[in-house]
Write a protein that binds this ligand. Structure first.
Ligand SMILES: [Zn+2]
Length: 239
């Protein structure tokens, strides 16, 4: 790369090092990431190797992620609120777990950190990939994705709620016998424009026996105390 940075042509560096010119060009344009050529479990016809990590990354992907073509490979980008470094770290760890070790990039934008991982198999592992926005097209889960969601619902919900969700704490006061008591009402909310993604959210909540309701057309709320406590314990607060 230094030779190219010094202004040498692709052809001359390729000839000197005995490396294909196309390989050099790919390294120059997208970085040296041999991990990209590792086959995925879908192509290999193998079972999902890390279902818990996959379920969580699927949740983050459906919440705030997108897959796009980058010359000879694909990138997965997950936008994270810059105020939650723990979530940025979680997503980076999950990208490495599902794809395999390799570089995980962080692109800073106002108020936001985009976690980026390159891999030519992202469209295999996230077949929801397609043109347009997720809520503007029909989405379906493959059988193995549904199985990952059912076997690891808490991981899936962590990805969903930590990307497109929030935990809201409201207070109210009651006057009882001359004294004022403060009560806290916490609730988790998941907001997504895709009917299918909201349905998968409620499916995972049902598997865990967590009560929920649709508080408006795009919002799933968990507001009963035992449900909120269960989510707090299973997915953790956003940090
Ligand atoms: Zn593949």
């Amino acid at each position: 790369m230094k030779m190219l940075a010094d202004g040498r042509s692709l052809s001359s560096v390729a000839a000197e090092l005995g490396i294909a010119r196309s390989t050099l060009r790919s390294w120059r344009d997208s970085g040296i990431e041999p991990v990209r050529r590792r086959p995925c479990f879908v192509c290999a016809g193998e079972p999902l190797p890390v279902p818990g990590a996959y379920a969580a990354l699927l949740g983050y992907y459906l919440g705030d992620g997108y897959v796009s073509r980058q010359r000879s490979t694909y990138s997965l980008r997950v936008s994270c609120d810059a105020g939650y470094p723990g979530i940025v770290e979680d997503v980076g760890r999950l990208v490495a777990a599902v794809r395999g070790a390799g570089p995980v990039g962080h692109v800073r934008a106002p108020g936001c950190i985009v976690v980026v991982g390159y891999w030519s198999h992202w469209p295999c592992v996230f077949p929801q990939h397609g043109p347009g926005r997720k809520h503007e097209r029909a989405l379906t889960l493959t059988d193995w994705q549904r199985e990952a969601l059912r076997s690891h619902p808490a991981d899936f919900l962590r990805g969903l709620f930590h990307s497109d969700g929030c935990r809201v704490a409201n207070w109210t006061s009651h006057h009882v016998e001359g004294t004022t008591r403060i009560y806290e009402y916490a609730r988790w909310q998941f907001v997504n424009h895709s009917e299918e993604i909201r349905e998968w959210c409620t499916l995972a909540l049902d598997v865990l026996g967590i009560p929920w309701r649709a508080s408006n057309w795009k919002t799933i709320s968990v507001s009963r105390r035992r449900g909120v406590e269960a989510l707090d314990r299973l997915i953790g607060l956003k940090v």
